[in-house]
Design a protein around this ligand. Structure first.
Ligand code: COI
Length: 353
């Protein structure tokens, strides 16, 4: 259990009014703890949100040794606050840490740090429909050293951002570009982790898609460039001929918390569910035969995001009737209902803090 020293701000910021957007506004406080080889994790504190001061020779700036997580806090009408499956994030943070040669954090310490910080800034949890407090835990290598080697020092920090929908169009179906030039990840790389590099690598494809009016890129596998993997900020699901289908986790795909949640819900509702390879060609054929019923992305930030249009090379496919599908809507309502405490929580995913 961490001994967290709390220093409260003496100049609280003005709370936002109106549209929040995503990840633009930050609360009054942040969590920070330090790792050194000799002392392990120590000096856990909650302090006023402030800039960092680091040497220009710090490892993070040169070799990108960084990992992060994303989860959310919610407040119900009676003022109770909840996290959603924070144990999954704690575990995945350590999977990422191992791959990037960074120190692990005991799962209970990760959850305690998140919960304590959220409680400190509980007045910042927004309650308008579609909003929540986005939580961003992250770890950076802080040793001052230019050799290529795992750092001997790290900082683990958490910041909070009251946010609305990830996509500015909210639940309106987004347009997704299936990318066949750039790739995001290959097996043996870091695709299954949450490290900044996975997202930096994706920017060129995303810019290309944006230039053509598409919101995000659906990546193909890095070897055959044939099978769909995931979208820039979410996992991907298809409803094909009555079956719920999603790419199998193969080492280059992020094991999303919302992905896992959707699979559990669909299984419990009795839908036929398949985790398997899905080629872009299969999607084209299914759409031509009228069998591509729904497409949606899943993610902590994105929640359930319906996809209305897919583009692959010269083909532009409209999914279903271009509107949010029945299953996508049911999943959105159920997932957000469980998160907000308005739906039953049969899997005990909600954690009151
Ligand atoms: C999340 O959904 O929490 C993510 O980390 C995706 C993101 C890059 C916004």
């Amino acid at each position: 259990m961490l001994n967290i020293k709390v220093t409260r701000t003496t100049s609280p910021k003005k709370k936002p009014e109106g549209e929040l957007g995503f990840g633009k506004i930050f609360t009054d406080h942040m969590f920070e703890m330090t790792y050194t080889k000799n002392q392990g994790w120590h000096d856990a504190k909650i302090k006023p949100f402030s800039n960092l001061s680091l040497s220009p020779a710090t490892v993070i700036f040169h070799y990108g040794q960084e990992i992060f997580e994303g989860l959310k806090a919610y407040k119900d009408e009676s003022g109770k606050c909840y996290l959603f499956r924070p144990d999954m994030n704690a575990r995945r943070m350590n999977t990422s840490a191992k791959r990037l040669c960074m120190p692990e954090i005991p799962e209970e310490d990760f959850i305690q740090a998140v919960a304590e910080l959220v409680k400190t800034d509980r007045d910042w949890i927004p309650t308008n429909p579609g909003t929540s407090l986005y939580i961003r835990p992250f770890m950076i290598a802080t040793e001052e050293f230019l050799g290529v080697a795992p750092s001997n020092e790290y900082k683990f920090m958490i910041i909070l951002s009251p946010s609305g929908a990830y996509y500015k169009d909210g639940l309106n179906p987004v347009k997704i570009w299936i990318e066949d030039e750039y790739v995001r990840a290959v097996r043996g790389g870091t695709g299954f982790t949450k490290t900044g590099a996975n997202y930096a690598i994706g920017l060129a494809g995303q810019e290309k898609a944006h230039a053509d009016g598409y919101s995000q890129v659906l990546w193909l596998d890095g070897i055959e460039r044939k099978y769909v993997e995931e979208v820039g900020a979410m996992n991907i699901f298809f409803v094909i001929d009555g079956k719920v289908v999603t790419p199998l986790l193969n080492g280059s795909i992020l094991p999303g918390v919302t992905r896992n949640t959707v699979l559990a819900l669909c299984n419990s509702w009795g839908y036929p569910v398949e985790e398997r390879k899905i080629s872009a060609e299969e999607l084209l054929t299914a759409q031509k035969n009228g069998k591509l019923e729904e497409v949606f992305g899943t993610g902590t930030a994105a929640v359930i995001s319906p996809v209305g249009t897919l583009r692959f090379q010269d083909e532009v496919l409209t999914v279903g009737d271009g509107k949010i599908g029945t299953l996508s809507q049911k999943l959105y309502d159920t997932v957000t209902g469980i998160q907000l405490g308005t739906c039953e929580d049969p899997f005990n995913w909600r954690m009151e803090i």
